[in-house]
Structures are given as structure tokens and as C-alpha cells.
Ligand binder design. Structure first.
Ligand code: DX5
Ligand code: ZN
Length: 222
């Protein structure tokens, strides 16, 4: 495969009292995106952070702001997140009353549109949106918390989605999120993903080394 592989470190696992510094280390070591996990306490049980945090980290680095909304009816917040600096806004298929209208709103605001599915949602339910989505996010854990174990069935789901895109001649991004470390990222890439989210795998321990280790593997599979 000739697609570019991208690392999207999830700041959910960062040390928030040193957030700017920690993000800069991931950029220095080659990570192209910042993955920003927004939780509303409704779509998922937990609450994380939102617009003011996004505004204050924009400009800290030149990385792409990859915003993952684990929020019920996310269409309500698209405009605000775009105004705060989101470059890509990913919404959950399960959380949208009208998926197409939500994607249209994201595009109207000038951002890239991602659609995410939870581990229990069939990959085939993305089929109607393959044209409108710019990126497809397969959750490899139940959304809501960092540090969970990768669900092995996710690999087959990535393969199926990549096959669906290939069959239509579409060369779009597949992002995978949850439980990814140096030890299993190669399998995720081989299955057909090209945007890799990692929270614990980047931010727990030596951030520079963790990021550089991921980038080496990502480049080896381009
Ligand atoms: C989970 C979030 C993930 C999470 C990944 O709901 O969407 O982005 O931070 O964390 P790790 O890599 O620790 O599983
Ligand atoms: Zn995420």
C-alpha cells in the first residue's frame, strides 16, 4: 500500500498540567495529528474536555487537530469546534439523528468529516456514507476511557472496511482508536488502517521515545 500512515496521539492520556510541552514532544518526534477526545457524559459515561482546551492548544504546534466527538447529537457543536480550530471532526454514527446532515454541516464549517462506529456496530452500516465521509474511525475498544485492551475482532472489521473502499476505488483514511501500542500496531496497519490513535502508548512513559518508535513502524508499512 502506498497510503501515508499517520500517528494521532490522544491527549486523553497526557499530563494536563504539562499539556503544551507534552504535545510538542509528539510533534518533535514526528506525530502529524493531535487526537482530541470529547466526552459528554451521555453518549459515553465519562466527561473529558471541550472547546476552551482546544482553543488554548491550537497554535502550540502545527499538527492537525483531529477532534473525536463522543457526544449525543454532535451536529449541535460542529460550528463551535470548527471555530476553536478543529481540522477534522469525527462524529459517531450511533449518536446522529441525521448522519448526512451532520457531515454536511462539518463540511460547511470547512473541516474534514469523519464517521466513527463502536465495536458492536456493523461495518456495513457505513456503506451509505462512504462518499460523504473523508475518514472512517473503527473503535477498537468501547469508547469512553483510555487504557483498555484492543478487541482482536477489530482487525477483521478494518479489513472489511478497506475492502469496501477498494471495491469503489476510494482511497480514504481509516482511523483506528483504542488499545494500540508498538506491539500490535503493525497488525492494525496490515489490516488496512492508516491513521493510528494511541493514548497510553504515547503518553505513558517516555513520550519522545514512544512516538519515535511508532513512527518507525508506521514508515516501515507505507
Ligand atoms: C477512547 C478514546 C481513545 C483513547 C485511546 O474512548 O476515544 O482515543 O484515548 O486511549 P488508549 O490508546 O489508551 O486506548
Ligand atoms: Zn478517540
Amino acid at each position: 500500500m502506498s497510503m501515508k500512515n499517520i500517528l494521532a496521539p490522544s491527549i486523553l492520556s497526557a499530563d494536563f498540567k504539562a499539556l503544551g510541552e507534552e504535545i510538542k514532544q509528539t510533534e518533535e518526534a514526528g506525530a502529524q495529528y493531535i487526537h482530541f477526545d470529547v466526552m459528554d457524559g451521555m453518549f459515553v459515561p465519562s466527561i473529558s474536555f471541550g472547546m476552551p482546551v482546544l482553543s488554548s492548544i491550537r497554535g502550540v504546534t502545527g499538527q492537525t487537530m483531529d477532534v473525536h466527538l463522543m457526544v449525543q447529537e454532535p451536529v449541535r457543536y460542529v460550528k463551535e469546534f470548527a471555530a476553536c480550530g478543529a481540522d477534522i471532526i469525527t462524529v459517531h454514527l450511533e449518536a446522529c439523528g441525521d448522519v448526512k446532515a451532520t457531515l454536511d454541516e462539518i463540511h460547511r464549517c470547512g473541516a474534514g468529516a469523519g464517521i466513527s462506529i463502536k465495536p458492536g456496530t456493523p461495518v456495513e452500516s457505513l456503506a451509505p456514507y462512504l462518499d460523504d465521509g473523508d475518514m472512517f474511525l473503527i473503535m477498537s475498544v468501547e469508547p469512553g476511557f483510555g487504557g483498555q485492551a484492543f478487541i482482536p475482532e477489530s482487525l477483521e472489521r478494518i479489513r472489511r472496511l478497506r475492502a469496501m473502499l477498494d471495491a469503489r476505488g476510494m482511497d480514504k483514511d481509516i482511523e483506528v482508536d483504542g488499545g494500540i501500542y508498538h506491539s500490535n500496531v503493525a497488525e492494525v496497519l496490515k489490516a488496512g488502517a492508516n491513521v493510528i490513535v494511541s493514548g497510553s502508548g504515547v503518553y505513558k512513559g517516555d513520550i519522545l521515545q514512544n512516538t519515535a518508535g511508532f513512527m518507525e513502524i508506521l514508515r516501515a508499512y507505507e
